[in-house]
Structure formats: structure tokens, C-alpha cells
Design a protein around this ligand. Sequence first.
Ligand code: DGL
Length: 264
Amino acid sequence: MSKNSPIGIFDSGIGGLTVARAVKDLLPEEQIIYFGDTLHLPYGEKSPESIRKYSTNITSFLKEKNCKAVLIACNSASSVAFETTKSNLSQNTIVLNVIDPLVEYVKTKFEDRTVGVIGTKATINSNIYQDKLGSHCTVKALSTPLLAPMIEEGFIDNKISSTVIEEYLKNNELSNIEALLLGCTHYPIIHKEIEAIYSNLVEVLDSNIWIAKALNEELEKNGLCSEKLAAPDEFYVSDKTASFEKSTQYFFGKQISLTELKLD
Ligand code: DGL
């Protein structure tokens, strides 16, 4: 493992490309190896055991690729498979989940205040945000399972998306919040839409900039920052369709070509 080793990033599908985009924007000299487990999508509807099994298979692949860091770019997997992922990698691999960097920011900024969190059923039912933030602020949590498939189908900034989002946001579970945490890596795509629905009166926070910054800090601390892009980025999915490839446009900001790789 060296400065030129790649950064592994994985998600249940292509939502984690929003994290890959944030990493690429902050650290353009780092090579990314992305794996989207589209064959097993959505993780949000799966049991913790299944999510841990899928995450272990992906981590083994990223280990073979000699990644110096692995980012779990999926809240569902971050919620239930962080420890499993760490134990499957060597001790000197940097392993980050998408939850902790945002939680650290919210802890200080919203101490003694009320925040909401939305995410998949797997994430919300795991109680991870409630457990990590509960002693610092009041946390109101709501699972919003229609949002990820809605975004993947391209329903963004239109009548359908605003109706679905508004319906969720007016739920009693999210009343009187001062900030809303977007606990799913698909949701940065509707970040602005949510802000507009709240007329900017509620601070809307996604984890992307925080995880990119946390990665930068860890690379610096370990003397592992790449000085020059060593090789082109690689993007793998476990089940490739034309529609996934087309949707990379929304998530990564430009269309990228995906390579299919079945892991089991
Ligand atoms: N990207 C996943 C997450 O952050 C949501 C999609 C899924 O359910 O697999 O939880």
C-alpha cells in the first residue's frame, strides 16, 4: 500500500457516486475504484445479515485492488456493516463510513437542539443516528423508502418528486426540527429541492463534503496523499443495465462507463 494506491468506494448501487463526486472534487489526484452492488439493490430493504455478507464480498474485492482507504458510501451499509468491513481489511487501511463525519459536525452545531433524519428502513431501523446523536440533541427519525427509487428513476425537480417529498416532510415525526440530515447517499440529488420546500428555514445537511474532508485528513495524517493521478478511475457494478449507466449522469455529474463484475 502506497501513496499511489487507490481509494475504494462502495454502495448498494449508483447513489454512492455522489460521494465519489465529492471525493473527486476535493482530491482530484486520487484514483477511485468504485463498486455499486446493483444486483442486490436496494440494501435499505435487506436484513443486516445480508448487508454484512454483501459488504464483506465487496471489501474482499477492494482489498485485492490494494486500496489504501475504503469508504462505505451507503448509509444502510454504514449503519450495520462498518465493524464487519473494518475487520475484513488490514489494520493500516483507512476505513470510513458516511455517518460519523456528519454526526461530528451536527453534535457541535446543534447541541441541545432538535434535528431530523431521513433514510432507508435499514438505516432508520438500526437507530444509528439516534444512538450517536441522542445525548447531544433531540433526534426525530423517519424512514423514507420511496425516495431512493424515485431518484433513480429520474423523478427530480418535478410534480411527482415534490409531492412525494412534501408528503414525507409534513409527517409529525419531523415536526419542529431545525436541521434535516439526509441519511442516504441518493438524497444529495434532491438536497436543493428539500431546502426549497422548507423555504430555507431548516438547515439541510448531507454527508458528502464531510466524508471527503474526513478522508483528506486521514490521508494527510498517514502520509498517504497521492501527488499525481496514478491510473484512471474504475467503476464496477454487479449488474449492468443501460438505465444505470444513463443515471450516472445525475449522480456523478457526467455519464461514465460501467464495467460489470459479479462477485458471487
Ligand atoms: N444508497 C443507499 C443508502 O445510502 C440507499 C439505497 C438502497 O436502499 O440501497 O442507504
